[in-house]
Design a protein around this ligand. Sequence first.
Ligand SMILES: Nc1ncnc2c1ncn2[C@@H]1O[C@H](COP(=O)(O)OP(=O)(O)OP(=O)(O)O)[C@@H](O)[C@H]1O
Ligand SMILES: O=C(O)C[C@@H](O)[C@H](O)C(=O)CO
Length: 332
Amino acid sequence: MKIEFNSEREFDIIAIGRACIDLNAVEYNRPMEETMTFKKYVGGSPANIAIGTSKLGLKAGFIGKLADDQHGRFIKQYMAGVGVDTSNMVTDQKGHKTGLAFTEIKSPEECSILMYRDEVADLYLDPSEVSEDYIKRSKILLVSGTALAKSPSREAILKAVQLAKKNDVKVIFELDYRGYTWASKEETSVYYTMVAQQADVVVGTRDEFDVMENIEAGSNEATISALFNHSPELVVIKHGVEGSYAYTKSGETFRGHAYLTKVLKTFGAGDSYASAFLYALITGKDIETALKYGSASAAIVVSKHSSSEAMPTVEEIEQLIADRSKEAVTNQ
Ligand SMILES: Nc1ncnc2c1ncn2[C@@H]1O[C@H](COP(=O)(O)OP(=O)(O)OP(=O)(O)O)[C@@H](O)[C@H]1O
Ligand SMILES: O=C(O)C[C@@H](O)[C@H](O)C(=O)CO
């Protein structure tokens, strides 16, 4: 099965949600209490995906709200510099701040994020700032689950999804669950289910689907049989280093294997995976190949320091896939 996109569109992908700052520990393999220096990058899952897809040569745009401060201006400048269209990134006029994510790298397996997200500008995106004329110029609308956490951003997202569906724009829902932005798991489950049922493609980790279903230790089979009663044509469920599964409404299942690598930190895996997976789908590759692109892109990013700047090129992804398939043949 291949997902059909409207080929007439100027943009391949428009992402909506947060564009923030990551401050990644420069001295790693230690707790944050002992970390004295942090390096600044653009962060936030949908911003990372816009940057990742733009670096892969797609035409990407972004809808979001930035703080009227040095961080907000840095984010806009950086995203424009890597080719993302920032014309629909609006500036907050009410003193809201840029979200900050301090990352702790205790070991390659033990990473965490300390978030400063009170009164952040991105969650103040207003529905009136979401333009139908902009959304209808794209093949894909990429929606980040975190943007549903609070009003008015929640309504802005729901409006964007409605506009996408009205205008033949495929809705990709990246669950992107960040617990601290939500009042409760019950609330998350309501909004996640609402958007997932309307989306064309839903991507998340097994844990994130459990949050959506408000259960513990759910099964992929139950998840897909519930979602395939609604709009989704494709559901991707990620299991960290164990790899990922893609399920189609027509009944196919594909397994993606992680490419083992020297891991520096684990965050950024999901966003780099989504960027390359979507790149492959948009450029007409089959789902099996798209899973390889996603896994290879994630393997590259987890071996590097950032989530955004480390996003690979198509050549790097294809080189890794080719090298590993040669190794697999040699090892047989
Ligand atoms: N340690 C690892 N080494 C190599 N590849 C990995 C590793 N961890 C994850 N990946 C790859 O990245 C994909 C997505 O990872 P994961 O399921 O952890 O997503 P995520 O939780 O959304 O990521 P993030 O930590 O960025 O939120 C996996 O399917 C796998 O291909
Ligand atoms: O906002 C966040 O969730 C942190 C991200 O910016 C960070 O880059 C990351 O965790 C990527 O998945």
